[in-house]
Design a protein around this ligand. Structure first.
Ligand code: TMP
Length: 209
């Protein structure tokens, strides 16, 4: 069976993931790859409906555990209906956020137990995990300023600086523990330099000619 390649993009608010995903998709397509761009929470009709519940409303609308369960309901639908079929067809999946967002936002940022998150990863993902995770890292203050200027997923942006500092540390810890899968990219650099760093990380794993 053909097997595709799964790349997730992670990072705090305002890290510039969308722009970089678009650029990488263009680069991969130019090199002849078949690319699917998707996002979380969302990416399938059912998961997009759950996204509406998650990104709108007051910061304390959901507790971190409830958020975790909603994220995983959305993620399961997305994995079943979009990610697995694409990988089975040999496509490259570029996903704007995936399971590490739950570890960082609900786990490190909130107080959802790591054991709950690990159990959900085991049972819900069923081995569908990224081959490569690019963590776009920048200071929480810088990211929040960029995100405010852009407008966007307001509910998580309104959680305060300390929350965003904890989730940044959470991401760096994930990278430290899983150096094979994760590459930390300095996202506090000029746009083209970020694009080049991402291309270099991907070129070590896929043909980017
Ligand atoms: P985004 O589309 O701007 O990245 O917004 C999605 C928001 O959802 C973002 O603030 C991060 C948050 N999020 C979580 O808290 N946990 C998750 O598992 C995922 C996928 C996203």
């Amino acid at each position: 069976m053909t097997q595709g390649y799964f790349i997730s993009f992670e990072g705090g608010e305002g890290a510039g993931k969308s722009t970089q995903i678009r650029r990488l998709a263009e680069r991969l397509e130019a090199a002849g790859h078949d690319v699917v761009v998707t996002r979380e929470p969302g990416g399938s009709p059912g998961a997009e409906a759950i996204r509406e519940l998650l990104v709108n409303g007051a910061a304390d609308r959901w507790s971190p555990v409830t958020e975790t369960l909603l994220m995983y309901a959305a993620r399961r639908d997305h994995v079943e209906r979009v990610i697995r079929p694409a990988l089975a067809q040999g496509q490259i999946v570029l996903c704007d956020r995936f399971a590490d967002s739950t570890r960082a936002y609900q786990g490190a940022g909130g107080d959802a137990p790591a054991s709950l998150i690990a159990a959900l990863e085991d049972h819900v993902l069923g081995g569908t995990v990224p081959n490569l995770t690019l963590i776009l890292d920048l200071p929480a203050e810088t990211g929040l300023k960029r995100a405010e200027a852009r407008g966007g997923a307001a509910r998580f942006e309104s959680k305060g600086l300390a929350f965003h500092q904890r989730l940044r540390a959470g991401y760096l810890e994930i990278a430290r523990r899983e150096p094979e899968r994760c590459v930390v990219i300095d996202a506090d650099a000029e746009l083209d330099r970020v694009t080049a760093a991402i291309a270099e990380a991907v070129a070590q794993r896929l043909d980017l000619r």
